[in-house]
Design a protein around this ligand. Sequence first.
Ligand code: C2E
Ligand code: CA
Ligand code: CA
Ligand code: CA
Length: 279
Amino acid sequence: ATKSSGAGALIYDSNHDVSSQQSLTFASELKSAVETNQLALYLQPKIDLGTGHVIGAEALIRWNHPQKGLIYPDSFIPFAEQSGNINKISMWMLAEVARFSGEWQHEHHLPAPVIAINLSARDLVDHLLPNKIQEMLTANKLSNHAISLEITESSIMDDPKRALNTLNVLSDMGLKLSIDDFGTGYSSLSYLKNLPVSELKIDKSFVLNMENDKADVNIIRSTVDLGHNLGLKVVAEGIENQNVWTALEGLGCDFGQGYFISKPMPADQFGKWLESWTA
Ligand code: C2E
Ligand code: CA
Ligand code: CA
Ligand code: CA
C-alpha cells in the first residue's frame, strides 16, 4: 500500500498489506498515544433483557488523536494486531479498567459492574497474560470477578492449544469468559464444547436487521438454544430499538447491549448514566 506518512498511515486498509514504513510510523504513533494518554476507555452498559437491570459493561477503546480527532477501534486494532502492537493496547486497557474499577470500589464502597475486556489472538498465546491480569487486579484491590474477558472464535483458532491453555488458567482464576462475534468466524462446535466459557455473544450483524430478516431471527433462535443447551448465558449486541429488545427477550436471549440502551460513553460518564437508568 502506498499512503502518506504520518497520521494518514494509521487508517487500516484491509485490501493491502501494511508496508514496513507504515508499520514503523504506526508503531511510533501508537507508542506516543499510549505514553501521552491519547487512548480512552469507553463503556457500554450490558443489561438483563428481562428486568432491565444493568449487569455489567463492555470496555471499548477509542483513540483521541491530536490531529484526526476521535478514531474508532476498527481503524487501528486490526493494524495493531498485524504489526505486533496489540499487546501494548491490551495492557493499557487492562490497567485502565482495573484503575477505573478500583476507584469506583473505593468511592462507592461497592464493586463496580463487571467490565468485559476484548482480547486478541496474540494476547491468548502470551503465557504471562494470567499473571499480568492477576497483578493488575491485586494492585487495585479488586476481586477476580471485577472483569470478564471476550474472545472471538477466530482468535482461539489461531493457536488453539495455547489459547485453550491460557483460557483454562484464566477460568481457574475465576474470570468469566465470553465467546464474542459468535457465528461470524469459522465456528468449531467441538472446540466450543471444551472451552471454559460461560457466555455467547451474538454479533450485531444478526441483530441490526432482525426485524426485516426472518433468517436472522432463526439464526438468533438457534444460537440462544445452542447456548442454553450448553449451559451458557446468551448476550445480543446491536439493540437499536424497543422492538428488537422485545423480540430478543421473546427468543429467550438473556442479556443485551445496544444504542437503544446506551451508546458507548467515556468511562467517567458511566456513574451518572447508571443513576439515570430506570428500565
Ligand atoms: P465488538 O467487540 O463486537 O464490540 C461491539 C461493537 O458494536 C462496538 O463497536 C460497539 O460500539 C458497537 N455497537 C454496540 N451497540 C451497537 C448498536 O446498537 N448499533 C451499532 N450499529 N453498533 C453497536 P466499536 O466500539 O467501534 O468497536 C469495534 C470493535 O473493535 C469491537 O467489536 C472489538 O472487536 C474491537 N475493540 C474495541 N475495543 C477493543 C479493545 O480494547 N481491544 C481489542 N482487542 N479490541 C477492541
Ligand atoms: Ca466484544
Ligand atoms: Ca469483535
Ligand atoms: Ca460484535
